[in-house]
Each structure stands twice: as structure tokens, then as C-alpha cells.
Design a protein around this ligand. Structure first.
Ligand code: FUL
Length: 467
């Protein structure tokens, strides 16, 4: 009896082996953010430039109605629940009173030289229940030690330490690879080992972004778009920060580390607010497109919304954000496959716990697992009646590794089957849109996988919008 119970307990605890690499806990938490805000604000906001030269007078920084609570209200409405602020851009001007330089808000008349934008934004985030992250540009055109090796690394690390110790929890640290020094410019070797170790020591839950991770990688463009093939896997030894990196966009299917992609893009042509671009704010339609091409391809969408010279988000940006949030919520309101009966090519060790219905139960903690030895398989959901759909969503349980390398989705109306989508990778979330079809059954075929196929969710929607 006891032996039988022990066996039953062991069996219940058993599950398919992970296919490495797998995400860390901090990456798993990050994967749930999906869309979040970037905020470019600084001396450029007041000079009208995109890249300052570091010679700007700090007195130019004078927001007239600084109101980060207004930003947070718009971000929340848009579903952006993390905010990454440019604490220092390439011009070296610091939005907090850094002890290491006078080139900061302390030299501006704003709040009588006692202001601290980083603190006010961090506090506004906390009030609104949003996470807070920082961008600290490695390239610094003001700081005299820039280009002098260790001296600048010491300077940079002490600025980083100020930011990581004075403003509460930091969710993401964004390391920009840009440097426009040119062939005769200053050359700085960054001490990435020390920089990264500082973040891990002071804010172990923070994810670090750069061209090459270690936690999140740049997707390789600034237009907010991931490739249809997108591996969360990367071989860091093949990556160079600040250099072109082939493979950055699609990831490396043979990579030894989990380093998922982040798509950064601005809601405007520039990263900083320029009044003349007020009529060029991306429309809700354009933002929805970006959502499908980033989040819908297993990456995240980091959307920049820059405050104006008042220190508020401008009206057109707020209007676009609100409508974007409303559309995304309404598109995914009803999963027509939820609770539907499902069948599959096989089930891992025949266990009900991994049955096909686990992909349609709406529970993110359960998944369908194909036969242990299988590297392909199919899963079919029966809606019980005809429904019009134009979008299918697939998710893999990524804590066990990214597996699917090629798949096909077909739908049946009556007895006739037709293919509505084909693709390569799935990963944490894949959204596939097609012209509206009537369907009574939806079938996913996994044609190639790096291990036995596991599908956490198969969902279908009528989203009603297409590029
Ligand atoms: C780039 C920078 O040069 C831009 O100014 C902006 O900050 C963008 C997010 O990253 O590398």
C-alpha cells in the first residue's frame, strides 16, 4: 500500500525533461510583461536634439508642469506596466543629482536645483503599481574620463550604484550599445563583467538588456518588429555589444543561453519629444500592428513615449495609448477554444495530466505533452459548433525550453480542412492572423521540434483587424 502510494506520488511529480537552455526565474517574470514603456526625457527635450553633445547648459532643463502621475495613468490604460527611464542619455546629463558630476538636474533651476526626476518617476510608478527600470547610457559625451579605461568604468559603476541603491526595486537595466564617436573619437572599453556583477549584486531580480543580454537581447532594429522566426536562445560568445550581430534578430537555435528578444520603438519618429512631430504620433492601428509583430512573435514590445517640455505626455500620444489598450483588451476577450474537447497524436507516458485538453483549459500552469520520443505531433480542438475566427494563439511552456521549430495550423468547417497559417518558432506566445474563416475544429501540427512537443495553450479569437 505504502509502496503504491509512493509510486503514485512519484508519477504525479514526473514531467517531461527540460530541453536546455531554460529561462531563469527573473526571465520568466519578465516574459509576462509583454508590453512596457520607455521614456526618453532629458536635456534633448529642451534643445530639440536626438543626440546631445554634452556641452549643453544644465539650466536649459526646465519642465514647467512635471507630472509623472499623468504618464502613469496613460501607461496603465495602454497595458504598459513597467517604465524604463533614461536616467542619463549620451549627452551625460543626469536626471538625478549624481554625486559624481555636476552635469545634472542639480544645476538646473527646476525645483530650485533640488529636483530629482528619477526619484519622482520611481515614486509615481510605485503609486500606480508599475515596475521601474533605468537606462544609463554607457556612451557619455560630457564626462572627461570617458575613453580613459578604468577611470570611466569606475565613474559609470558608481553612477549605476547610485541608481541601484537609492530608488527601490529596479526591474530592468537597459545598456545601450550606441556610440557615435567615429574613427578619430574616444574609445572606451567597458568592463561588462564588473558592470553586470554590480547589477546582480545590488538588484538580483533585475533583468539586464543589451545587444547580447545577458537576460534580454536587442532584436536588431528600432522599428519594434521581431522576425517570424524568433528563438529565445542565443550563443553569447558570438555576440559583440555595439557591433552588428548577425543572428541577433532570429536568435541562435543552437545557443547555450536563454536570451529572449525585446523590440524597442518610439511612438514618434524621434526618441525625444519634438513639438513638430506631434502630428506624426503612431496611430492605434499602427501600435496594434507592432503588437502582433513583437509580442505575437514571442518577443516583448518596449514602446517609447517621450514627455514634452512641460514634463507631461502630449495629447496625441495619450489618445493613441488609450485606444491601443482598449483594442488589445477587446481583441483577446473571448478565446473560442476555451474548454473545448481536444484530441492529440499521443500523450506523454499516457498520463491524463498531460492530455490534449490541458492546452484548451485556459490554465497557464498546464500543458499538453506529446509522446516522449516524438519530435512532431498534432493537437486538435473541437469547438462543438461553427465559429468565425481570424487569429490563433499558441504558447509553449517555456520553463521546459523552447522546442517547436516548424508548425502548421488548419481549420475545418464541416468536413473540409484548410491551412490558415504555417510557421517556424512558437516560444512564449505566437499570434497568427488570417482572413476570417468559419471553423468547427482547429488543428495544430507540430512538424519539427527540439524535444517532445509541449503546448501550454492553443487559443482562437475573432480579433477583427489585419494589416
Ligand atoms: C539608441 C540611442 O542612440 C537612441 O538615442 C535611443 O536612446 C535608442 C533607444 O537607443 O541606441
Amino acid at each position: 500500500m505504502v509502496g503504491w502510494m509512493l509510486l503514485a506520488t512519484l508519477q504525479a511529480a514526473e514531467e517531461p525533461q527540460p530541453v536546455p537552455p531554460v529561462p531563469s526565474e527573473r526571465q520568466l517574470a519578465w516574459h509576462r510583461w509583454e508590453t512596457y514603456a520607455f521614456v526618453h526625457f532629458g536635456i534633448n527635450t529642451f534643445t530639440g536634439r536626438e543626440w546631445g553633445d554634452g556641452k549643453e547648459d544644465p539650466r536649459l532643463f526646465q519642465p514647467t508642469d512635471f507630472d509623472p502621475d499623468q504618464w502613469m495613468a496613460a501607461f496603465r490604460a495602454a497595458g504598459l506596466r513597467t517604465v524604463i527611464l533614461t536616467a542619463k542619455h549620451h549627452d551625460g546629463f543626469c536626471l538625478w543629482p549624481s554625486r559624481r558630476t555636476t552635469h545634472s538636474v542639480a544645476g538646473s533651476p527646476w525645483r530650485g536645483g533640488k529636483g530629482d526626476v528619477v526619484r519622482e518617476v520611481a515614486e509615481a510608478c510605485r503609486r500606480a503599481g508599475l515596475r521601474f527600470g533605468i537606462y544609463l547610457s554607457p556612451w557619455d559625451r560630457h564626462e572627461p574620463t570617458y575613453g580613459r579605461g578604468k577611470a570611466y568604468n569606475d565613474f559609470y559603476i558608481s553612477q549605476l550604484t547610485e541608481l541601484l541603491t537609492q530608488y527601490g526595486p529596479i526591474a530592468e537595466v537597459w545598456f545601450d550599445g550606441a556610440c557615435g564617436e567615429g574613427p578619430n573619437g574616444k574609445r572606451q572599453e567597458y568592463d561588462w563583467r564588473r558592470i553586470r556583477a554590480t547589477v546582480r549584486r545590488l538588484q538580483p531580480q533585475a533583468v539586464m538588456f543589451s545587444d547580447a543580454g545577458p537576460d534580454v537581447r536587442w532584436i536588431g532594429n528600432e522599428s519594434g518588429v521581431a522576425d517570424e522566426t524568433n528563438w529565445c536562445l542565443l550563443e553569447p560568445s558570438r555576440m559583440r555589444i555595439g557591433q552588428p550581430n548577425p543572428g541577433q534578430t532570429q536568435g541562435h537555435p543552437d545557443g547555450s543561453q536563454w536570451v529572449p528578444g525585446e523590440c524597442d520603438v518610439s511612438i514618434r519618429p524621434g526618441w525625444f519629444h519634438h513639438p513638430e512631430e506631434d502630428a506624426k504620433v503612431k496611430t492605434p492601428d499602427e501600435l496594434v500592428e507592432l503588437y502582433f509583430r513583437s509580442v505575437g512573435r514571442g518577443a516583448s514590445l518596449l514602446l517609447n513615449v517621450p514627455p514634452d517640455r512641460r514634463g507631461r505626455l502630449a495629447d496625441p500620444d495619450v489618445a493613441s495609448l488609450m485606444e491601443f489598450g482598449r483594442r488589445i483588451r477587446s481583441m483577446f476577450r473571448e478565446d473560442v477554444l476555451r474548454g473545448s474537447r481536444a484530441t492529440a497524436s499521443g500523450v506523454w507516458r499516457g498520463r491524463d495530466r498531460f492530455g490534449p485538453d490541458k492546452a484548451t483549459d485556459g490554465d497557464e500552469g498546464t500543458y499538453w505533452a506529446a509522446d516522449e520520443a516524438a519530435r512532431s505531433g498534432w493537437l486538435e480542438a473541437d469547438l462543438g459548433r461553427e465559429r468565425t475566427i481570424d487569429c490563433v494563439e499558441i504558447r509553449e511552456p517555456i520553463r521546459l525550453g523552447q522546442r517547436v521549430a516548424r508548425f502548421r495550423v488548419s481549420v475545418a468547417s464541416g468536413a473540409a480542412w484548410r491551412t490558415v497559417a504555417e510557421g517556424t518558432t512558437v516560444g512564449p506566445r505566437r499570434l497568427l492572423r488570417f482572413d476570417p474563416v468559419s471553423a468547427s475544429r482547429v488543428r495544430l501540427e507540430v512538424l519539427e521540434a527540439r524535444g517532445c512537443p509541449l503546448i501550454q495553450d492553443l487559443r482562437a479569437y475573432r480579433v477583427g483587424q489585419r494589416e
